[in-house]
Design a binder for this molecule. Structure first.
Ligand SMILES: O=C(O)CCC(=O)C(=O)O
Ligand SMILES: [Fe+2]
Length: 201
């Protein structure tokens, strides 16, 4: 089998349940996505937790502003959409995950913003199978903070892996497996976050 980034990602998902993929997007693609975010800046709103009746805003848990993408205004350049779609297809053909679609939102964490430790699956709707987070930061330094802290399981329980949100880095992980949190940063932190989902029954 040809060993390209997609195959490597699939293998890492099988072996570890998570994938860190630096340079999933190049600088120009990151710049384009940042411009898409800027153009929609007035439409962002404070993120909540839970969904429908269970939905609440709680800035003690998360402090980001989000903008959900919808089918009429996908806001994603075609090559980026195509690559996410390629991932969806390979998850199905190689891993039989049965993910029918993905949902996604842009997120902006202001300086000092965080998202406390949590699991991505909603209590009443566990259709989220794989979480993806694509960082859209410009010239990020380790010392800027803002790491995604992934809490490990199995023999590594009690330890974690920190991912620095460099622009262009993609993180994938099984949504029902890893608790994670966003550590505060000293500057604004941007991302596109989404979930490959099974269709609700
Ligand atoms: O931005 C990140 O690194 C993770 C965001 C997150 O955990 C979420 O939106 O559920
Ligand atoms: Fe999350």
């Amino acid at each position: 089998m040809l060993l390209n980034g997609f195959n490597v990602a699939v293998q890492a998902l099988v072996d570890d349940g998570k994938v860190i993929w630096p340079d999933f997007l190049n600088e120009e693609e990151v710049r384009l996505l940042r411009a898409e975010m800027d153009a929609r800046r007035t439409r962002f709103h404070a993120a909540g937790i839970g969904r429908e009746q269970g939905y609440v805003r709680d800035t003690g848990i998360r402090g980001d502003d989000v903008l959900w993408l919808d089918n009429d205004d996908p806001s994603l350049p075609v090559p980026v959409l195509a690559r996410l779609e390629a991932l969806r297809q390979i998850f199905n053909s190689e891993l039989y995950l049965g993910v029918a679609e993905f949902e996604a939102h842009f997120a902006v964490y202001p300086s000092g913003g965080f998202y406390k430790r949590h699991l991505d699956q909603h209590r009443n709707a566990d259709t989220r199978v794989v979480t993806f987070v694509l960082y859209l930061n410009d010239d990020w330094r380790d010392t800027d903070g803002g790491q995604l802290r992934i809490y490990l399981d199995g023999p590594q329980r009690g330890t974690w892996q920190d991912v620095t949100p460099y622009g262009g880095t993609l993180v994938l992980f099984l949504s029902d497996r890893f608790e994670h949190e966003v550590i505060p940063a000293t500057r604004e932190r941007r991302s596109l976050t989404g979930w490959f989902r099974r269709r609700a029954m």
